[in-house]
Design a protein. Structure first.
Length: 283
């Protein structure tokens, strides 16, 4: 929480610096990108699960978005939960730091757009941790599962759930007063032996982009841009080179690192060239 607190304040300073010193000359846009899943209640008829799904979003996306896109302060869900658990643990005050009034004014509205990384959806349900457990997970009080019918990927956490993309875009529109949105990452991974005929990735992009289109056309979301993650296989955090997100395969054992297009590279370039989904009847 201390790191996140300082990150939000540092972001605000960077935004103000650009706004006051460089914007008039450069005419650029500056903002923050936040990574978020969508969360559905495991049982939509269970109020505890409904509230758990809401908490999941407020603790993940809302942690950073609420201060920047709403009022300069953390959301009430986080403030209340963390304060109550902190006091129950014998602390004098909440483990979630507080912004001063001047910091809130400094932070509020420090965006030109909403940057979003999105990959997957989870099913959320309530879980009560013992009072003595001090952690983000115990403060949030949410556990997650996935539906066994959802398609897998090369990453254990990434299930193919296009419907959640549209729901998250619409939620951002409604929660944060309809900001312009740029999707800065969206994609799917694979593991194992080389297979350039990655039909599952083509399916992922077509399905997710179609849900983004529904968000624009049917829900009125102000979606300005979309970036596929990623152009070519890369070093993927703690899993190294084992999980591949690229439209282009990279041979990491060859010192020249040769790149080869996967089938998805062709299908994605068609979507870009057509500015939409290609019509097979039109060739």
């Amino acid at each position: 929480y201390v790191v996140g607190h300082n990150l939000i304040k540092a972001h605000a300073e960077a935004w103000h610096l650009y706004n006051e010193t460089y914007r008039a000359k450069q005419g650029g846009l500056i903002s923050i990108t936040i990574n978020s899943d969508w969360a559905e209640p495991r049982n939509p008829h269970n109020q505890e699960d409904v509230e758990a799904a809401r908490r999941y979003l407020q603790f993940l996306l809302g942690w950073f978005a609420h201060p920047i896109f709403k009022n300069g302060d953390y959301n009430e869900v986080m403030k209340t939960r963390i304060r109550e658990r902190s006091l129950a643990q014998g602390l004098k005050k909440s483990r979630l730091p507080e912004f001063t009034e001047s910091e809130k004014q400094r932070i509020k509205g420090t965006y030109d757009y909403f940057g979003l990384n999105h990959y997957t959806t989870v099913l959320a349900y309530n879980i009560n941790y013992p009072a003595g457990v001090l952690s983000y997970d115990s403060d949030r009080g949410v556990a997650t599962v996935s539906d066994r019918s959802w398609l897998n990927s090369g990453s254990i956490w990434l299930k193919v759930t296009p419907f959640g993309f549209r729901k998250l875009l619409r939620w951002i529109k409604e929660e944060y007063n309809d900001p312009p949105i740029y999707v800065t990452e969206n994609g799917v991974s694979e593991r194992g032996a080389l297979d350039l005929n990655d039909t599952w990735r083509t399916h992922y992009y077509r399905s997710y982009i179609n849900e983004a289109l529904k968000a624009v056309v049917l829900d009125g979301v102000d979606l300005r841009g979309y970036t596929a993650w990623t152009l070519m296989d890369n070093f993927e955090w703690a899993v190294g080179f084992d999980e591949r997100f690229g439209l282009y395969h990279v041979n990491f054992t060859d010192p020249d690192l040769p790149r080869r297009p996967k089938a998805s590279a062709r299908s994605y370039s068609q979507i870009i060239n057509c500015n939409g989904f290609p019509d097979p009847a039109m060739g």
